[in-house]
Design a protein around this ligand. Structure first.
Ligand SMILES: COC(=O)COc1cccc(COC(=O)c2cn[nH]c2)c1
Length: 241
């Protein structure tokens, strides 16, 4: 099953990068197909205008609804279809999580709508919700100039989970935030040389004692998670079970 990814943006060249890197292979072996579109192709004035001043006043500009609607008609269609996932990266979206990436990895079609300026006319989102499955998602509590970088990040998080994409699916199981890690942060990783610039690999990892190694890794994951991400620990988390 091929996953079709569409990107609507006034800077479609952001997505040229998807033709190389990890995604290039997926595109080549038919797992994923990528289509980037210039929103200005659906404007009709000489200046190819996509923005206007906000109703009710305020600073900055808002993206007009008309180009989005016409682009939707052509790219997605005019009939409702809940199997199409439309993603609006936005500072006011719901936090994007690994479980959201996991769910989206089984989608047949994902359309990324990259906002710029202060944002997109809200009726575009309302219209999209009446037609498709819409996700307004935030990557974090900071503001970017547009949704393109967020769309690339979400794409990578999703496509690497598509069955058949990753060479070694086992490596997915042990990552941070994956179920296999019980929602803990990943433990520190080491490889050869055993001694490097006066810094040594922890002895336990060279002991060949798998029970002790597993315990060291679990303890490190717990320590790191408590230190860096208290939000990920539930109330009695800190108490060893
Ligand atoms: C309905 O959606 C919109 O109107 C989106 O509008 C905008 C406006 C400016 C910037 C962005 C890009 O997203 C972020 O900055 C972002 C995402 N995660 N954390 C920061 C999107």
């Amino acid at each position: 099953m091929t996953m079709r990814l569409d990107y609507l943006s006034i800077f479609p060249a952001y997505f040229d990068v998807l033709d190389i890197s990890l995604l290039g292979k997926a595109a080549v072996n038919g797992l994923v197909e990528v289509h980037a579109h210039d929103l200005r192709d659906w404007t009709h004035d000489r200046h190819r205008t996509v923005d206007d001043t906000p109703c009710g006043g305020g600073a900055g500009m808002v993206m007009k609804p008309d180009p989005w609607g016409e682009a939707f008609d052509e790219i997605i269609g005019t009939e409702p279809d809940s199997s199409v996932h439309v993603i609006f990266p936005s500072p006011s979206g719901a936090p994007f999580t690994q479980s959201a990436a996991q769910e989206l990895s089984s989608a047949v079609r994902i359309v990324f709508c990259c906002g710029r300026y202060e944002g997109i006319d809200h009726r575009v989102i309302d219209y999209a919700r009446s037609m498709w499955t819409v996700h307004e998602v935030s990557l974090g509590d900071y503001v970017l100039n547009g949704g393109e970088v967020a769309a690339l990040a979400i794409t990578e998080a999703v496509v690497r989970l598509v069955p058949g994409f990753m060479g070694n699916p086992e490596s997915l199981a042990e990552e941070s935030f994956s179920a296999g890690q019980d929602g803990l942060l990943e433990y520190p990783l080491f490889t050869r040389p055993v001694s490097w610039r006066g810094l040594d690999v922890p002895e336990v990892l060279m002991s060949g004692h798998h029970g002790r190694i597993a315990k060291w890794r679990r303890d490190e994951s717990v320590r790191l998670t408590c230190e860096r991400r208290p939000d990920l620990t539930d109330s009695d988390f800190g108490v060893p079970h």
